[in-house]
Design a binder for this molecule. Sequence first.
Ligand code: CU
Length: 126
Amino acid sequence: MAIAAALALGVTAAGCAAKEPVAPKVVAIETPTMSGDVQVFQVTGLADLRFDVSTLEARPGKIRVDFTVARGSASHDFVIPKIPAARTDIIGAGSTQSVTFAVTEPGDYPVICTLHPSMSATLHVG
Ligand SMILES: [Cu+2]
């Protein structure tokens, strides 16, 4: 129920800039910003044990993830088991850590938090 409410807020927020959602919105698909030839994603681990994005949409190449743990949240990490370099430390609320890695093979790469089985996302490379 909480997830559905947050998604609904996310859909309507663009046309309703004055209202701040109470809970951070969850975006379904995040596309990167470019820093030189590096695709950069901002991902947050939330207090209710979710990532703030469900799919990271990338192309083959260099990828950087700036991973932040929301204030008031339990600690989290950002780990892509199929990509050994794509692994942050477990970091606490208010902290940010970046990881940079390269992906050459198109495909779907599951993202996990090693502490919380409920946390999952997907890096889609295509
Ligand atoms: Cu976690």
